[in-house]
Design a protein around this ligand. Structure first.
Ligand code: GLU
Length: 308
């Protein structure tokens, strides 16, 4: 990272500029529990590979990370099973909304990538098949990489999503009909909804994702998370598939691998340099945080710290 840049000042300035503009979009309300969140929340945390941390706004408030968790379940599955996972899920951008059923028919139940809902369900299915207790081991994995035992599922959010999750239930059963889900769909969906319900702060997210920034990252127990080649591949998938059918736009404007969630969070990483988490619940029409995208576009433009 450049020593000449005052990162705290940079994020404070961008935060003020973005806050001064109208906050456009709609917070996700299709999950009833998410509709209760104050849509004006706004937080940012930047963590550098030199272990410096900068935060502004609501950066220490927990929120529902939703689809951001898909990167973490993918990473754990990749760690356990290696390249065999790519027989069950692709690595192509979908160009479709995250919960689309259309491509699955022509692709014979092999989801385009692990960051859309169908792909994340196949990953959940793999974790259920290869762990004693997927829910417990997944949580343990996140707590370890974040060195923080205060990370939890939100049962209220998981139950709330389950109560209205008709499309996800359809997706899971549809993939099962192609035999690309091996466990009972109810079990897979239960884990999927729990996985999406994880709550974290921007600070916790920025810390957690350092395993995709720092080649030398080790947990407190001195264990690496992924090898360098695996981390490269996860970053490549985030770069091309991390923002639903707005992945090209995010790459174009921000120029970092990242992942968003319908809770309004975005995590982005600059391999070798930093991770940055932004949270603002109002989403644009593609389902990505309106302020989050604007903040990150300004950040990489002002600091010239994008990967391109
Ligand atoms: N749990 C959400 C769903 O399946 C995740 C969506 C997201 O964050 O993209 O609808």
């Amino acid at each position: 990272m450049s020593n000449e840049i005052n990162y705290q000042e940079v994020i404070n300035d961008i935060y003020r500029d973005v806050s001064d503009k109208e906050n456009i979009g709609q917070a996700a309300s299709y999950i009833p529990e998410l509709a209760k969140i104050d849509p004006e929340k706004f937080g940012v945390c930047l963590k550098t590979v030199e272990n410096q941390e900068f935060g502004v706004g609501d950066w220490q408030t927990k929120f529902s990370i939703q689809s951001i968790a898909k990167v973490l379940s993918l990473s754990l599955t990749y760690k356990i099973l290696g390249d065999s996972i790519w027989d069950r899920v692709g690595v192509e951008p979908s160009g479709n909304p995250f919960n689309s059923l259309i491509q699955l028919e022509t692709d014979h139940g092999i989801p385009r990538n692990p960051l859309i809902n169908g792909g994340a369900m196949v990953i959940c299915d793999l974790l259920i098949s290869h762990t004693e207790n997927a829910c417990a081991e997944f949580l343990q994995f996140i707590r370890k990489i974040c060195s923080n035992s205060d990370i939890n599922y939100s049962t209220a959010i998981a139950e709330s999503e389950k109560s209205v999750g008709y499309r996800n239930i359809a997706l899971c059963n549809f993939i099962k009909s192609f035999d690309n889900i091996k466990n009972p769909p109810n079990e897979v969906l239960d884990f999927y909804f729990h996985m999406c319900s994880i709550e974290m702060t921007c600070q916790e997210l920025a810390r957690t994702f350092m395993f995709l920034v720092d080649d030398n990252f080790k947990t407190r127990e001195n264990e690496p998370v992924l090898n360098i080649s695996q981390a490269k591949r996860i970053n490549a998938i985030m770069q091309t598939c991390g923002f639903y059918d707005e992945s090209g736009e995010f790459s174009f404007k921000v120029g970092l691998p990242g992942k968003s969630g319908v809770g309004g969070g975005i995590i982005a990483v600059h391999p070798g340099k930093y991770s940055i988490a932004v949270w603002s619940p109002k989403l644009n029409n593609k389902g990505n945080s309106y302020r989050g995208m604007n903040f990150l576009e300004s950040f990489t433009t002002k600091t010239k710290l994008s990967i391109f």
